[in-house]
Write a protein that binds this ligand. Sequence first.
Ligand SMILES: Cc1ncc(COP(=O)(O)O)c(C=O)c1O
Length: 383
Amino acid sequence: MELIDYRDEFPVLAERTYLISASLGPLSRRSRALAEEHLDLWQRLGPEELWFDHGLPRLQMCRESFAELIGADSDEVAIVPSVSHGLSSLAGCLDFTERSKVVASDMDFPTDHYVWLAQAKRGAKLDVVRSSNGIDLEPEQLVERIDEDTMIVNTNRVLFESSRIVDLEPVIARARDVGALVLTDDFHGSGMVPIDVHELGLDFLFSGCLKWLCGGQGLAFMYVRRDLITRLEPTTVGWFGTKDPFDFDRSGLRLRDDARRFEAGTYTLPQAWTAYGGLSIILEVGVDRIRARNQELTQMIIDEADAAGIEVLTPRHNDLRGGLVRVRVPGGRPKAERVLHTLFDQHVVLDQRGDSLRISPHFFSSEEDVEICFRRLREVLKH
Ligand SMILES: Cc1ncc(COP(=O)(O)O)c(C=O)c1O
């Protein structure tokens, strides 16, 4: 199927110039139909059939799809309610009296830092590398901070503000040398920038469905490298992480031997249906194709911004740029907010961070979307 033919899958595209999948991927007809399928099942069935015949298998389809996207095996993938939750579970497994340092950067998504700061009382010390320009983060900057006292390196493979891609290879190599672990918060990478976690030798990857995966909110994933799984003992636990949740046995805690030991309480079951809709579309289209199309469109956005004299705050080199382009609005944050809302009124949907706008085309976006966005943006900026 041609990429352009997928436009009809996403009804919002007929109504709006939707260039913000980096924040919330649009709802597809497929996810909507699946959500309705869940509601029908819920209406017709009791819990046994709903859960065992449909819900648990659907969750497994999500794990398998995500595993395929990142080059993992499905038993290395846990479903968690959010990246924050998954990270917190991991943090609780680590003994910071052995090694105290958590290397991170000031370009990470803030929730990552909150998780590590909350571990300060257990001995964790956050060591934050600073970006020199608010756009880039060189892997060497992380590498330099990794030493024998480093417990874990918190990376973001694609930075959420600037969309800079950080090469994780040297970071992982250095961490291996000193016995440290590496995680990546991959919310802006998975499904947009190809990755193979096995080939890379990555220890942990976290991502969620709601952005580039177009799967809606409430369902996220945690990948754990196979040989680490049983060495990690979560302290945030629940019955769905145990070997047999339905034996209702209180005599001990018997966690599963696969990554699902990180799953805890009752799943956000309805989301398994919408999430699968998005995941299946992304897999069907293919991440390589998505990446190639996104690069064409982000290059076009950069060219349009240059032609309009708007400052680009995203790497210009294709290999260093993830899915979005960030542009600065002259006049600071209040002006950027006004511009964003004026664009909403004109059915152009972007988002704003500080004094900048993020423009994020997906594989189904068109050249016309970009043209409309810049025609309106130029107009709005005149006032
Ligand atoms: C890189 C990154 N990590 C994490 C999050 C949020 O994670 P969660 O709300 O699933 O904890 C976001 C944005 O929503 C993000 O952009």
